[in-house]
Ligand binder design. Structure first.
Ligand SMILES: C[S@@+](CC[C@H](N)C(=O)[O-])C[C@H]1O[C@@H](n2cnc3c(N)ncnc32)[C@H](O)[C@@H]1O
Length: 334
């Protein structure tokens, strides 16, 4: 029986997040909580605990996104990878637990026998855990992982080999960007791709407000725990005294802007001390911190987003209930 290569010779992890993370977090918390209205950035939701809480969100009934995207990848992974013949490099931005990615990894290994996987995630712990789990499952997989911010990793990536590469950006993470930022981000991906490569973008579709708001405020309170964990992270890492029970979650669909807006609302007037930043801040009762936006899409909007970023939208796959979309973007012919 063929022996698989030892894990350590198949795994490299570049930890750029640990090098730069601490000072950026402190800087962004200071500027976000000094601004009006107050805001915090979604990428800081994903410390070790936050990454686990996100995995729990994927299990709650109301959060349909993960299940819908998983159904698409289960049904169409072979068809998707047939669009990129001989693809031997898979890059995933914001890979998290990389559970859904397994469908694409398996389809690529079925086609080519071997694969280099380059996952990128701001959460070094999620990246390490998922990398070991994948290497355990797939003896013909090599992993070259980047614990880094998306933009930082795109700059640091090694030149692509001669065979085609596929980039994944799943989970509708694209919805966390403001529209112009989404164009900047996809343009940065576009700059590392060639004509033979492709980008598979998971995008949540516009739907009724009740379904969308429930997805970001589930009845078990898992989403509240995930969001409020960013305040707990400020308590832990910057020596602050946020009372986590003094904030409520408010998730509202802004239909004209096409986005779910997620806030933490102060349930009373209160003063917070962030000793690590030598900073005090006051909240009025009812005052909100903007935590994240999650933009929703339609197919025309996705086509336009692609065009503004230098891509053609070649093909879209939907789940049966048409809740979610997987979109294959390609660099157009010169
Ligand atoms: C919504 S989760 C999606 C995880 C997985 N792709 C999925 O579809 O289930 C977002 C992932 O992106 C990572 N992430 C968020 N902001 C990031 C950033 N600016 N740079 C790199 N990774 C980021 C998080 O750590 C997390 O694993």
């Amino acid at each position: 029986m063929a022996q698989s290569k030892p894990e350590q010779s198949r795994l490299i992890i570049h930890d750029l997040a640990r090098r730069n993370g601490r000072t950026e977090f402190a800087r962004d918390v200071r500027s976000g909580l000094s601004s009006y209205p107050k805001q915090l950035f979604p990428k800081y939701l994903y410390d070790e605990l936050g990454s686990r809480l996100f995995e729990a969100i994927c299990e709650v009934d109301e959060y349909y996104l993960t299940r819908a995207e998983d159904k698409i990848l289960t049904s169409y992974a072979d068809e998707i990878v047939r669009a990129i013949p001989n693809c031997k490099t898979l890059i995933e931005l914001g890979s998290g637990s990389a559970q859904k990615t397994r469908k694409i990894i398996e389809a690529l290994i079925r086609g080519c026998g071997e694969l280099l996987f380059i996952p990128v995630d701001i959460s070094a712990t999620a990246l390490e855990k998922s990398s070991h789990a994948l290497l355990d499952s797939y003896p013909n997989l090599k992993i070259n992982a980047y614990a880094a911010d998306y933009f930082e990793a795109l700059e640091a990536l090694p030149p692509l080999g001669p065979d085609p590469a596929l980039v994944l950006f799943l989970g509708s993470n694209i919805g966390n960007f403001e529209p112009d930022e989404a164009v900047d981000f996809l343009s940065a991906i576009r700059r590392v791709l060639r004509r033979q490569d492709a980008l598979l973008l998971g995008a949540d579709l516009k739907k009724d407000a009740r379904t969308l708001e429930a997805a970001y405020d589930d009845s078990l309170g898992v989403t509240r725990a995930f969001i409020v964990n960013e305040l707990e992270r400020i308590n832990r890492e910057l020596d602050a005294n946020f009372d986590l029970w003094a904030f409520g979650l408010r998730s509202l669909y802004n239909e004209s802007a096409g986005r779910v807006e997620v806030y933490l609302e102060s349930l009373r007037s209160q003063d917070i001390n962030i000793r690590g930043l030598d900073m005090s801040i006051s909240f009025d009762a009812g005052e909100r911190i903007h935590m994240e936006n999650s933009y929703k899409f339609d197919l025309n909007g996705l086509k336009l987003l692609g065009r503004r970023s230098g891509f053609d939208l070649e093909r879209t796959w939907l789940d049966e209930e048409k809740l979610f979309s997987s979109n294959l973007f390609r660099v157009p012919e010169a």
